[in-house]
Each structure stands twice: as C-alpha cells, then as structure tokens.
Design a protein around this ligand. Structure first.
Ligand SMILES: Nc1ncnc2c1ncn2[C@@H]1O[C@H](COP(=O)(O)OP(=O)(O)OP(=O)(O)O)[C@@H](O)[C@H]1O
Ligand SMILES: [Mg+2]
Length: 479
C-alpha cells in the first residue's frame, strides 16, 4: 500500500482557472490527488504554513505578490516541496529564470495536459520516496521525536509546545540549562519538526574539538593552509546546507572564532581557512551550553553581540528537581527501557523507592536519573524496584540542608572541610568516580583534586569501604 498524499496547492487569481484545474486533475485519473486552491500568493503562503502539500502549481501573474515571489519564498521555507510555474506570457528567458529560482518545472499556456500529468506523477513519487526514507530513518532511531521528550509538568508541556511553534521557522535558537537536562533532545526535535528535516542535521561539540581545529571543522580549509592540511576540505556548514547545524557547548568557543560565527550568522557567508573566496550556505543554527553564559559575557569569554544574535529564541529545559512527578514518569520510562534491554521484567517502583527518587536533588538531572535506574535494574532482584537498589543520596541531601555538625560543636575549618568533602564525594558519585570529569566539574586540575582528596581522607582505592562510616566519610574506589 502506498502512503497517502497530502493535497496539491493550486494558485491562480482567476476564478475560472480555480474551478477548472481540479476537474482537469480528476479527469487525468489521479484518484489520490486532491486539490486545494488559493487566489493569491499571500494566501498560498498562509496555507503552506498551516499544512503540508506535496506540490505547488502557480500562475506567474497574480494580483499581489507574483508567482515568482511565491516560488522564491516557498523554496526557502519548504525546499522539498516542488513548485511548478505556469504562465501565459512565456519567453525562453522567463523559463530560465524560473528554473534558476528553483522551479521544479515550467509550463507555458496553453500547455499539454500530458506535461502536467507527468509533473504531478513525478512530484507524487518524490514525495512518497522522501517519506519512506524519513520513516526508515525514524525506525533506525536516528530521528528525534517530540514524544521522546518525556514529562507532563507544566514547564515540560510548555517546552514541547514552544518546540512545535519554533521548529518550522528559521529562527536561531539558544538552549541553556544545566548538564543533563535534555538540551540535545530539544535541538534534535527542533530539526526533526522543521521543514529541513530531510536535510542534514550536523552536530558539533565545540568543547570536544581542539580550538585550533574547530574553525577548519566548521568552515573548511584550503590545501596547505596550515600544517596537516594536506588537501582541501569543505566545512561542516557546507554539509549542513539547507539543513540544521547544532553547535553544542558553544560557551567553549574561542573569541576569534566567535567573531567569524557572528559574521556567518549575519548573512550565511564564510571563507575557508586559507582562502579569500566568500562562500554562502543556507543553514539554520541551534546552539547550546550548560555554562552560565551571562557570567561568561561579564568575564569577557563570550561576545555579547553573538549572544544576542543567537538568542532569537531561547529554550531552557528546567532542572529535574523542578519537574515534580516527572521524576517518576522518567524513572518508569528508563525502567522499561533498561528492563527490556537486559531482559528483566521489573514491574514498577515500590513506594519507598518512589519517595527516594522524589527526595533527591538530581544535580546531574535526567542523565543522572537514567544512570541511577540503569544501575538499579542491574542490582534489582525483586519484581519491583526497591529503594535499596537506588544510589544512596544521603550525602547530597545533607549538603543541601547544610546539616554538617551543628554550629558550636566544630570549628569553622571543620565545617568547611566537611562541606568540601561532601561536595567532592558527591561529585565523584555523579561523575561515575571519574577523576578527570570530577576535576573538570570543580574547575581544578586532576592533581589538585587528588591532593584535596588526600587531605580530606577520601580514599581513591578502597571500594570495600563504601558504606563503612556514614555518609560524610564514605569511601569509594575512583576510576
Ligand atoms: N525529557 C526527557 N525525556 C527523556 N529522556 C531525556 C529527557 N531529558 C533528557 N533525557 C535523556 O537524558 C540524557 C541527557 O540528555 P542530554 O544529552 O540532552 O542533556 P544535555 O542537556 O545536552 O546535557 P549536557 O549539558 O551535559 O550536554 C540523554 O540520555 C537524554 O536522552
Ligand atoms: Mg549535551
């Protein structure tokens, strides 16, 4: 069975034409093609905004905006929708112009119905192929979907709504928020719901690529432009042409490159490293960072003008602790996910485990919850998730309530050391006992972290001592 076709949009300011065209299409034997008509380019754009059409057929001479203007705008916004241009005043020059402007085809009145029939058949085929490819990709798990963003708290409902509103536009988007709140999911959903979804979605993690290489990665380079540039290389922005580019961890981009990105955002132009030739692409940009961007601007690490240019629409997925019962919804989701992949059927979460999940502060947000549930599924032996299978978060809860020894029973230094120890142990847990990541989170070197751990008596090599002496002096092995 073939996929159902959305309608064809026919644009003509003459009433007779609008009456005859649908009949003519029906007479050609297309029983799956329905026609919607518009009497102006303006109306056509509105209709295109509201729903999907598999092709547009437009007259050139229209009341207000011309068929060419409609063609140009439709090509920019809906690059996959073929536009067929029909005119009574055909000159070869016009035909060339129309094709150059991106028309799928060009018919001069009076045209052969056969030419129209062929154009419709081809457009319908292209539409179906595109959809099939998209659904294949969706099945292989590549496509991000709105439903993958789980949460019924008011903030998450509003977030999904905003994604739906903003996705079809070309607006630049800035996603801010703590680590693990789902920024990548938001970026992916914005692309998947946009008119660019059939085109490339290129993701670059600005923090993962050495500063010296990031510019060439983004904009490409000419052969010999720097040591190691053995051949010419096109930039990822070129790969993203007509699609979306997601710059993750943009807060880590160097200031000189920020200036180049700003220029690129202004008009889509850029030059490859080592070249003077200006190139241009049509790319939608989404950026994200978990850094405090305002602080970065104040400290001169981030350009304020770039911030404003990126911040056309801002998304801020809320921290998990502000999502109320979503914690349980997400926990159940991950429980099903990991249960299935480990072939363990755990049917729900016990009441004490639910309480424990709701009481936790979740500094690592959804990522931390995901890890906690994965671990719990491994450990669980009963058919419901028990509180004991969840990581112990006493240290963290104490931190929040700053419940270290009551004031008066210890010196300020003791309090501070207690706080520091709790903080480090807590972060070590969050980062899976990875010293590098923990040091990074604390913005100190790995050596400095080791020194502090020694001073604070946090044992890096004794896994057995885990629950030995209460939460504050808890010991764990460290990767
Ligand atoms: N609302 C949600 N529903 C389902 N899964 C989610 C949700 N939010 C986040 N996740 C999952 O949590 C993990 C972390 O999300 P993601 O990578 O998008 O976070 P991030 O905000 O980009 O974090 P970072 O700043 O550390 O890069 C991923 O596995 C993601 O699939
Ligand atoms: Mg991320």
């Amino acid at each position: 069975m073939s996929l159902p076709l959305p309608p064809l949009l026919f644009v003509d300011d003459e009433k007779n034409a609008r009456i005859q065209f649908p009949d003519m299409v029906a007479a050609m034997g297309f029983d799956d093609v329905s026609v919607v008509t518009a009497d102006s380019a303006e109306q056509a754009l509105k209709l295109l905004e509201q729903s999907e059409y598999f092709m547009v057929v437009t007259d050139v001479r229209l009341g207000g905006m011309s068929g060419y203007d409609l063609l140009r705008r439709a090509r920019a916004r809906w690059p996959d929708t073929p536009v067929l241009v029909i005119t009574a005043y055909a000159t070869p020059r016009q035909a060339v112009d129309a094709i150059k402007a991106g028309a799928y085809d060009y018919l001069a009145k009076p045209y052969e119905p056969e030419a129209l029939r062929q154009a419709i058949t081809r457009s319908a085929e292209v539409y179906r192929l595109r959809k099939e490819n998209a659904s294949l990709r969706a099945r292989s798990g590549e496509v991000y979907r709105l439903e993958h963003i789980i949460g019924e708290s008011p903030k998450m409902v509003a977030l999904r709504q905003l994604i739906q509103t903003v996705a079809p536009t070309n607006a630049t988007v800035l996603i801010l928020g703590e680590s693990g709140t789902g920024k990548e999911l938001v970026a992916g959903a914005l692309h998947s719901l946009s008119h660019r979804r059939e085109r490339n979605y290129i993701r670059i993690n600005c923090a993962a690529i050495p500063e010296a290489l990031l510019e060439s990665e983004l904009f490409g380079h000419e052969k010999g432009s720097f040591t190691g540039a053995l051949r010419q290389k096109s930039g990822r922005v070129e790969e993203a042409d007509c699609g979306t580019i997601f710059l993750d961890e943009i807060g880590d981009m160097s200031r000189p490159l920020q200036a180049k990105l700003l220029r690129f955002l202004e008009d889509g132009t850029f030059t490859r490293v080592g070249s003077n030739q200006e190139l241009r692409v049509d790319v939608r940009l989404i950026a994200a960072t978990n850094r405090d961007i305002i602080r970065a601007i104040r400290e001169n690490h981030f350009r304020e003008d770039l911030f404003h240019r990126l911040n056309v629409v801002q998304f801020m997925p809320p921290p998990l602790r502000e999502r109320g019962q979503d914690v349980l919804l997400l926990a159940e989701h991950f429980l099903r996910h990991f249960g299935a992949s480990m072939s363990k059927s755990i049917r729900g979460i016990s009441a004490p485990a639910q309480q424990k999940l709701l009481a936790h502060h979740w500094p690592g947000n959804v990522r931390e919850l995901r890890n906690a549930i994965e671990r719990a599924v491994i450990l669980e032996t009963r058919d419901k998730l028990q509180a004991e299978s969840l990581p112990d978060s006493q240290v963290e809860n104490r931190l929040r309530k700053s419940g270290s020894p009551p004031v008066g029973e210890a010196s300020l230094d003791d309090h501070l050391a207690g706080y520091e120890r709790d903080l480090i142990v807590n972060l070590l847990e969050r980062e899976g006992f990875d010293l590098n990541r923990t040091a990074e989170a604390l913005r100190i070197s790995r050596t400095a972290l080791r020194t502090r751990m020694q001073r604070l008596d946090i044992d890096a090599d004794d896994p057995t001592a885990r629950n030995a002496a209460g939460s504050a002096t808890r010991k764990r092995s460290v990767a």
